[in-house]
Design a protein around this ligand. Sequence first.
Ligand code: UDP
Length: 234
Amino acid sequence: MKYKRILLKLSGESLMGERQYGIDNNRVQQYAQDIKTVFDAGIEVAIVIGGGNIFRGLSAEKSGMERAQADYMGMLATVINCMAMQSALEDLGIETRLQSAIKMEQICEPYIRRRAMTHLHTGKIVIFGAGTGNPYFTTDTAASLRAIEIKADVVMKGTRVDGIYTADPEKDPSATRYDEISFQEVYDKGLNVMDMTAITLCKENKLPIVVFDMNKEGNFMKLAQGEHVGTIVK
Ligand code: UDP
């Protein structure tokens, strides 16, 4: 196996499946199955999930809500998604722990880095909820930060597109996909990989990012085995 410890980032929107809002449980179950395959191969997996399928602070701010308040609502949304994933993984017989950056002791543990590491060592999947716990950040930044903290080998961003393109492939049919790209090129070309805070954290800590299509069954395992899938930023 190429990687020993992976941080998987899933956007909230990826959990919507074909819906316009909320959670498609079939999609969550499909992801859980793919995650189990990687976990069963002996790779440690930690997960960060977004909340954009339920609530986004920035969008709420545009319609007049105070930003920090809206961001806290967004962070709560991520915890709902994390609970759905936790449930799907446990249905497959995997032991999991959900750790939240905002204390919610009836439903999850608080985020404690050393405890998260112990969970990973002892065969559990750890899901990190509530982003970084701070407004004005994103779950991409939370994914990069947690990955660095727990010394993951890579951040894998599972999305609906199969990598990073020269332009938006849905708008520009001539757009081509990068197999590999440097952090500097991401800055220079203004490519939409993750927000700049997340990119900078990864660059400064030499943490590679892989962007890949999580909707294609088996892709996650291929990546974990070292096959080239999607785009790698390093
Ligand atoms: N959020 C935040 N701080 C964080 C992570 C998330 O305030 O550290 C809020 C923010 O409002 C964001 C929402 O939670 O819009 C959902 O997260 P994100 O947009 O990153 O989710 P995704 O796009 O991955 O679904």
